[in-house]
Design a protein around this ligand. Structure first.
Ligand SMILES: Cc1ncc(COP(=O)(O)O)c(C=O)c1O
Length: 227
């Protein structure tokens, strides 16, 4: 019944498996027939504290029954507290940008890189280089940043300029030209098949970019928050 409802009313952008999960406890899921599953998918790698986490549920409940949304136009006390905590835990001198999704986080990083290119280079560098088999999101820009041609369907054309992908870090480095402002990588490629990058090559990439005054964007959407 719900499968039919889904097929009739949901706009389908994903192939879907019709298992109907009704309950979750930590890493175990139960479908409508009570069958249990170990959740290795973990919401595509994002359910860091498991299902039915009482502490998380209570915090969400306490907030939702009070202030639900006031917008970025006003001070948001819990946001300031969380930003301070994340910044301190990171051990770096960083400001925190809160986004609704991985794609939005990457869009934000690309915008920051372009702004940096506008500000610091006379010729206003804007190009962002990425790696083959990467995945950076499903918005028009992040889909173009994604290093898989199968994602660049004509259905969504034209795409923004300034993105190219390369099969290995060595070739990424040689593709840097006088319009390049940043390189964006996943340290462990997720959609690319759980492929860790070579640590030494990443370190070399980071120091070369630093020498040139260019930016390294690390997409930690899959690997962040200690996952
Ligand atoms: C490495 C990486 N970046 C970005 C994204 C996009 O995240 P979201 O689906 O939250 O927009 C994903 C999603 O799987 C991802 O794996």
């Amino acid at each position: 019944m719900y499968e039919e409802m889904d097929k009739t009313y949901v706009l389908h952008t994903y192939p879907r498996n019709y298992v109907n999960f009704k309950e979750g406890r930590n890493a175990t899921l139960f479908d409508e027939k009570g069958r249990d599953y170990i959740d290795f998918t973990s919401g595509i790698g994002v359910v860091s504290v498991g299902h039915g986490n009482a502490r998380l549920a209570n915090v969400i409940y306490e907030q939702a029954k009070n202030l639900i949304h006031t917008s970025n136009l006003f001070l948001i006390e819990p946001q300031a507290k969380l930003a301070k905590r994340i910044s301190e835990l990171s051990g770096m001198d960083v400001g925190v940008f809160f986004a609704n999704s991985g794609a939005e986080a990457n869009e934000g990083a690309i915008k920051l890189a372009r702004k940096y290119g506008q500000k610091h280079f006379k010729n206003k560098r804007y190009k962002v280089l990425t790696l083959e088999h990467s995945f950076h999101g499903r918005t028009i820009t992040t889909v173009k940043a994604t290093g898989q041609s199968s994602f660049h369907k004509n259905d969504f054309a034209p795409y923004p300029d300034g993105f190219s992908f390369h099969d290995q870090i060595k070739n990424l480095l040689s593709a840097i030209d006088d319009e390049t402002v940043a390189v964006m990588i996943e340290l462990v490629q997720g959609e690319g098949g759980v492929q860790p990058l070579d640590k030494k090559a990443v370190k070399e990439l980071a120091s070369t970019l630093k020498e040139k005054g260019l930016l390294l964007i690390v997409d930690e959407v899959q690997t962040g928050v200690y996952r």
